[in-house]
Design a protein around this ligand. Structure first.
Ligand code: UDP
Length: 239
C-alpha cells in the first residue's frame, strides 16, 4: 500500500490517499482542541493511543455486526480505512448525563437514563454543530429517511457492543459520538472511537478517563489516555 497525497486535515487527524481509490490512510495527531476550537493544545502520544484504541474498538464493532470503515492498523499512528462519503450528521449516544445535555436542560451530571438517548447534530463548524431532529436531517438532505433509520439502528447496536465491552474492563460508557458514511451503497461507521470521542468513567471511582481531563484541566491527561489504552488492550486480548 503506497501512501499518497494529504487529502484532508482536521483537528485531530489527517487523511491521505493511497494507490487504491477505495482505501485511505487515517493518521492520528497529538493535537487537541475543545470548546469549538477555542482551547488548543497537544497531548503527548494521544495520536498513538487513539489509533490503537480506535483500531481495537472498530474491529470489535465490526465483529458485533456493524460494518465500519476500518481495514487494519498500519503502524502506531496510522490505520487503513475504506473511503466513505460522509453524512454531515453526528450521532451522539448517551447512557449517563454529562456535557452538553446537562448544560442544555439542567440535567444533573451522572444520572443514568432509563434508556439510552440518541441525539443528532449537524456537522457544520460555521454553525457550531447544532442539535437537530430527524425532520431537520431529512428535509435538509443530510441523508434519506431509510438511511437515517439504518444509522440510528447501527448507533444503538454500537452502544450495546461498546457498553458491554467497557463494563468488562471496569469502565462506564457515559456517552460517545459516531459519524457514518456510505461506500458502494453500503452504510458504514467511520471516524474514530477513542477517549476524544467518548466519555469514559472508572466504574468504581468515577474517575474521568477521557478528553474531559483536557477540557476542564483535571490534570494527568496523558496518564488517563495511557490507562484507557492499557485497559482496552487487556480487555481486547481477553475477548
Ligand atoms: N463529541 C465529539 N465531537 C464533537 C462533539 C461531541 O467527539 O464534536 C463527543 C464528546 O466527547 C462526548 C459526546 O460526544 O463524548 C457528547 O458530547 P456533548 O454533546 O456532551 O458535547 P461537549 O460537552 O463535549 O461539548
Amino acid at each position: 500500500m503506497t501512501k499518497g497525497e494529504l487529502l484532508y486535515e482536521g483537528k485531530a487527524k489527517q487523511v491521505f490517499a493511497t494507490d487504491d481509490p477505495a482505501l485511505l490512510i487515517q493518521r492520528f495527531k497529538d493535537d487537541a482542541t475543545a470548546f469549538d476550537g477555542t482551547k488548543k493544545s497537544s497531548i503527548s502520544d494521544k495520536g498513538v493511543v487513539n489509533n490503537a484504541i480506535s483500531s481495537q474498538l472498530l474491529a470489535l464493532v465490526d465483529k458485533g455486526g456493524v460494518k465500519t470503515h476500518f481495514v487494519r492498523q498500519i503502524d502506531d499512528r496510522e490505520m487503513l480505512i475504506r473511503s466513505l462519503d460522509m453524512f454531515l450528521v453526528e450521532v451522539v449516544m448517551r447512557n449517563v448525563a454529562a456535557g452538553s445535555i446537562c448544560r442544555r436542560y439542567g440535567t444533573e451530571e451522572g444520572i443514568t437514563f432509563a434508556e439510552p438517548i440518541l441525539e443528532l447534530f449537524y456537522k457544520s463548524d460555521p454553525h457550531h454543530d447544532p442539535l437537530m431532529n430527524r425532520e431537520h436531517v431529512i428535509q435538509f438532505g443530510l441523508c434519506t429517511a431509510p438511511q437515517l433509520d439504518e444509522i440510528e439502528t447501527s448507533a444503538r447496536r454500537v452502544n450495546e457492543i461498546l457498553s458491554e465491552f467497557f463494563t468488562s474492563i471496569g469502565i462506564t460508557l457515559v456517552d460517545f459520538k459516531l459519524e457514518f458514511g456510505i461506500a458502494g451503497g453500503e452504510i458504514m461507521l467511520g471516524d474514530e472511537i477513542s477517549p476524544d470521542t467518548c466519555r469514559l468513567w472508572d466504574s468504581e471511582t468515577g474517575k474521568k478517563l477521557d478528553k474531559d481531563r483536557f477540557r476542564f484541566d483535571l490534570g494527568d491527561v496523558e496518564g488517563a489516555y495511557q490507562e484507557m489504552l492499557a485497559r482496552v488492550t487487556a480487555g481486547s486480548d481477553g475477548a
